[in-house]
Design a protein around this ligand. Structure first.
Ligand code: BGC
Length: 376
């Protein structure tokens, strides 16, 4: 009996430590490597985070971009499960937000217009008539200050000045990446402002769990714990309504191959050219909970997504068309990767019925999102 209690306590403790970046690994911190130089001569560095069993994440201080994420398959082979580029130039020229922290506002804002405390602001318009992912030179094109705090933890900070891309307030951002002993990549975001503003950053990793972007992601099985999506208009701006997923191609409450209904005759799939929607996650209380699961039956790799956010954008790589050439000269074809972006709902600033994204002086923005890997 005593033994059982002891075991239970130990399992609980390991579980909690596994989820915490405060459980930093001791040991020598590797020196960052030079990744490249920007046109202005500034040097960009590559940081490698590793846990004791060999999972690694590599991050650069340009865009806080995750450039590789190596996790084992069922046979113990480590492979990179995200798309990206071999060099800095690839990321500088990239328009698809590969691996980046996007913001200030991840996702779309109609017309780039926000109204805050009686004032109107015009954000830059970089996606048709809308604002997307923070504009032309958001967090994803900024040079962050970076410090590797331990073999498995990297802390990046950035000051986004008032007026940048049209947003009010000087925003101080911190993003911490951590590779934990339970094979999780944990991303923590913190932000403060000196004027009322909006903030909704997210991570834009393009996942392919087969380890090869030559394979499509249509055979990956997906679960999303959500009863509703926020349906969109033809420019991918939410209408403000909620659509129940029951009986639709958007029902991922039980595991379902992504390709099963992606080509169904459904207006929402036509608007998105596939899946490119925000799921209204169940059980949003502000605590971190499991919200999604992605499984590749071939490699056995399983990725669980845990977050404290109310929404999850599932984008099935519909705009990848083979024209983007990435790592090892590979062409990134249609639906060869997918994004699962934990976030607030798109166009929240203009939708009073959606959870608020307003940040005021004296408050602190916080987000924790975890991508946890195992094999099945
Ligand atoms: C959006 C897509 C967009 C892509 C950009 C995703 O987060 O949902 O609509 O095309 O980012 O690469």
């Amino acid at each position: 009996m005593r033994m059982d209690k002891f075991k239970f306590a130990l399992i609980l403790l390991l579980g909690v430590c596994g989820l915490s970046c405060s459980g930093k690994r001791s040991g020598a911190v590797p020196n960052p490597q030079v990744f490249g130089r920007l046109d202005n001569g500034e040097t960009i560095y590559l940081y490698t985070l590793a846990n004791r069993t060999g999972m690694t994440a590599q991050i650069i201080n340009y865009g806080a971009i995750m450039v590789s994420l190596k996790v084992p398959d069922g046979a113990g082979n480590f492979q990179d499960v995200i798309l990206g580029f071999d060099d800095l130039e690839g990321y500088v020229n990239d328009q698809s937000y590969q691996g980046a922290v996007v913001g200030r506002f991840g996702n779309r804002i109609a017309g780039g217009k926000i109204h805050l405390d009686g004032k109107d602001y015009q954000l830059s318009v970089n996606d048709g008539n809308n604002h997307l992912h923070g504009g032309f030179t958001g967090f994803f094109k900024a040079v962050w200050d970076a410090q590797q705090e331990s073999p498995n933890t990297l802390r990046l900070t950035l000051v986004s000045p008032a007026g940048e891309e049209g947003y009010p307030g000087n925003v101080h951002m911190t993003v911490t990446y951590c590779v934990t002993e339970d094979n999780s990549l944990k991303i923590e975001y913190r932000g403060t402002t000196d004027e009322p503003t909006i903030l909704n950053p997210t991570s834009h990793g393009y996942f392919n769990l087969t380890g090869s972007p030559q394979n499509s992601i249509l055979e990956h099985h997906l679960i999303i714990d959500a009863d509703y999506i926020t349906p969109v208009n033809s420019t991918l701006i939410p209408t403000g309504e909620l659509l129940h997923v029951q009986g639709t191609p958007f029902d991922f409450r039980k595991p379902r191959p992504i390709g099963e209904a992606i080509n169904a005759d459904h207006e929402q799939l036509r608007f998105g050219s596939g899946y490119d929607h925000n799921w209204v996650l169940n059980n949003h209380t502000g605590a971190v909970r499991k919200v999604a699961e992605l499984y590749d039956p071939d490699s056995g790799r399983l990725m669980e997504v845990l977050t404290d956010q109310p929404g999850l954008q599932f984008y099935s790589g519909n705009f990848l068309d083979g024209s983007l050439v990435g790592k090892k000269g590979q062409k990134y074809g249609f639906r060869t990767a997918l994004c699962l972006e934990a976030q607030h709902f798109p166009d929240s600033p203009n939708k009073p019925n959606f959870p608020s994204v307003i940040l005021r002086p004296g408050e602190e923005y916080g987000q924790t999102t975890i991508y946890r890997f195992s094999v099945k």
